[in-house]
Structures are given as C-alpha cells and as structure tokens.
Design a protein around this ligand. Structure first.
Ligand code: PLP
Length: 385
C-alpha cells in the first residue's frame, strides 16, 4: 500500500475493489437477478437495462484498474467496440490497424462500404504511416489494438496519441491482449479503452462480455451509455457475477500466462520446424523495444508461430496437439491453438502457415511437450519442410 492508501492492481482485483455487501457483510455480492426495482425502495435503481448492481461493481473495478473515470459493460466485446464507432457522427473518418481482431475489421469494412463511416486501414506499428494517413483523411477516431491479434504487432500508444490529438482525433485502444495489468492506455493519453472481457478479464471461457472505459465522464460516455440503453446490449446479472469472480484471479492467471508464453516463445524460436515466432517478448520482435516499456515488462500470454511447410503443416500441428485444445478465443485458463487463415478468410493479412496460441495456466512443461510432439507428428507425416 502506498502512502496515500492506494493499493496495487492485484489487491484491488482479489478483493473485487474492496467490496463488502452493505446489507449483510458478504464479501461476494449477491446475484441480483431482478429486472425491475420498486420505486419506493430508495435504491435509485429502476430497470435492468440500465441498472445492474453486480455489473456496476465490475464497472467500478475496471474503471479503477484502467485509471479511467467511468466504465460500461456490454453484452460482448463486439457490442462494446461497435458502440464506440456507432457513437461517431455519420460520415466520420476512422483510422484502424491493418492487423486487428478480424471480425471487427470486417465490420468496419462494411461500415465503409455502406457510407456510414469513412474507414482507412494503416500499419499502426509505423508512426510515420499513421502521420501520413492522418494527413490524407479528416479523422474523428484512431483505433489501436496492441498487441494486435493475431500477429501481435505493437503500436506505440503515446506516439499515436500525440499525432491523433494534434489532428483533432480521439484515440480508442483495444487492450484485450494486454489487460490493465500490462498497459494502461489512458495513462498514455488515450481517450477510451475497450476490452473483450470474454478473454483475460473473465479468464474462464464461460461467458462473453465487453467493456469500454472512458478517461472522463464526458459527452462520449453519455452517448455510449445511451446507445447501450437503446440497443439493449447489456450484460446479464449472472454473466456480470461470473465476470467479477473471474477478475479476482486475473493477476495470478496473467502472470502465469505471460511467463509460460515467454518460455514457449524462447523454446520454439530455436526450432528448425518453425519459420517464425511472433511474440513481443522476444528481442528480435520489431515491437519489442516499445512493448518492453509500454507493457511494463510483461508481454502477454498470446503468441503465434509460423510452421515450416505452410497451411497443411500448420493444420496438422493444430490437429495433433492434445493439451492445447483446437478452439477459438483466447485468455482463458486452458491453452488453445488455432489455425487462423481458414477462420479469417482470403482477404486477411494472416499467413496460411500461422498458428495462434493462447497460453493458459497449465504446467509449462506439459505445454512444451505437447507442442514438440505435435510438431514431430506433422514432421513424421512429411508435412513439415
Ligand atoms: N477484441 C479482440 C482483440 C478480440 O480478440 C475479440 C474476440 O476474439 C474481440 C475484441 C471481440 O470480443 P467478443 O468475442 O467478446 O465479442
């Protein structure tokens, strides 16, 4: 605890922000499933689409972790992210990364095609490219995702914010892979932080949820809250309760995932069956220097590998793992592996030989042995080479 009484993130998380139920003294909030609240009760709560007492505890915790003013939980990460864009006026200019969560990139392309937004895609790992794009397009919002799924490229948030703000644009950061434990984008000048809370924040692959944190309780926050109200993209009470429970262990889960991802990245970096290991923790990663500073010495639990032998070899490795489950999503306690190109489609910048690994909290020795055995099996089948 510091002199002013503030505690570290791990302490905040473990205690759900210091929650004690005022009525009973319970350390775990009751699951309030009511959709409506008696007006005479004096609680100020009216209807579940706006008033979710358990979600409010998780929102306060997320806002505190991010150093923000307010947080809003949504029914999924996509609901949270699309609300940020829908809060922009029609025809607004948006710059988004070439490498980003593929489904949101697809949705942004659709927005551009329909004329609702003017969207430009830019290499966000290159500050010069962002500067040039800001000169070309009158931009209301710069969207950053760092590390960016699934190539794990790094954007220098502070540098991007300086350029964007000078051009009159706001900056939103999808910080799903970094978590508030590694990166606090608002402290680097960003205006909004977005999370797929389905991933690390919850961490147990048993719900979908999203969150937006705003630097201040301004008109953008009001618009986002109104959009959530009107669209009804709210988190249910049970999901909010589960999310809060999951968040309590984020610090331990994330620490273990980061350590094991680094072990795996170093191990596979020397493997002749692997063409490249994409992990910002490796010194030869192009974003390593920025990540080392921006992510405060943690590089996350996500990495990708490119398998010698192309798509068929990558598919064979994914099919051969036993401990790494072949499934989509990331940030859960169990390790996952996914051959991304078939998922993302032909217009994705992801190479066909790429496997995305979400490193969980299992014993790292088992994870290494599983990957080695899967690579050996693809090699024995004559696919690696
Ligand atoms: N942002 C990132 C980086 C993601 O990986 C995902 C989902 O995979 C999303 C946003 C969307 O989140 P959700 O699946 O909760 O809608």
């Amino acid at each position: 605890m510091s002199a002013d009484g503030t505690v570290h993130a791990a302490t905040l998380l473990a205690q759900a922000g210091g929650y004690v139920d005022p009525a009973t003294g319970a350390l775990v909030p009751p699951l309030v499933a009511s959709s409506t609240f008696e007006r005479r009760s004096g609680s100020g709560l009216v209807y579940l689409r706006d008033d979710n007492p358990v979600a409010a505890i998780a929102e306060d915790l997320l806002a505190t972790l991010e150093g923000g003013s307010k947080a809003l939980l949504f029914s999924s990460g996509m609901a949270a992210a699309t609300a940020v864009f829908e809060a922009l006026p029609a025809g607004a200019g948006v710059l988004a990364p070439e490498v980003m969560y593929w489904n949101l990139r697809r949705w942004l392309r659709d927005q551009h095609a329909s004329g609702r937004l003017r969207v430009g895609f830019v290499d966000m790992s290159d500050v010069g490219a962002l500067a040039a794009a800001l000169d070309r397009l009158a931009t209301a919002l710069v969207w950053i995702e760092t590390p960016a799924n699934p190539l794990w490229t790094i954007t220098d948030i502070a540098a991007a914010v300086r350029l964007a703000h000078a051009a009159g644009a706001r900056v939103a950061v999808d910080s799903t892979a970094a978590t508030p434990l590694a990166t606090r984008p608002l402290s680097l000048g960003a205006d909004l932080v977005v999370h797929s809370a389905s991933k690390y924040l919850n961490g147990h692959s048993d719900l979908v949820a999203g969150g937006v944190v705003t630097a201040c309780a301004d008109e953008v926050f009001d618009r986002l809250r109104a959009l959530r109200h009107d669209r009804g993209a709210v988190l249910g009470p049970f999901e909010a309760w589960l999310l809060l429970r999951g968040m309590r262990t984020l610090a331990l889960r994330f620490e273990r995932a980061c350590a094991s991802a680094m072990t795996i990245a170093r191990h596979l970096a020397g493997d002749p069956r692997v063409v490249a290991v994409l992990y910002p923790g490796l010194a030869d990663h192009p974003g390593h220097r920025v990540a080392a500073c921006q992510m405060q010495g943690r590089f996350g639990g996500m990495l990708s590998i490119r398998v010698r032998g192309g798509g068929p070899a990558a598919a064979a490795v994914a099919a051969a793992t036993r401990i790494f489950k072949q499934a989509t999503s990331l940030g859960g306690v169990e390790s996952l592996i996914e051959h991304r190109k078939p998922v993302e489609g032909p217009d994705s910048p992801v190479p066909d030989d790429l496997l995305r690994l979400s490193v969980g909290i299992e014993d790292p020795a088992d994870l290494l042995a599983d990957l080695d055995a899967a690579l050996a099996s693809a090699e024995a089948a004559g696919l690696v080479g």
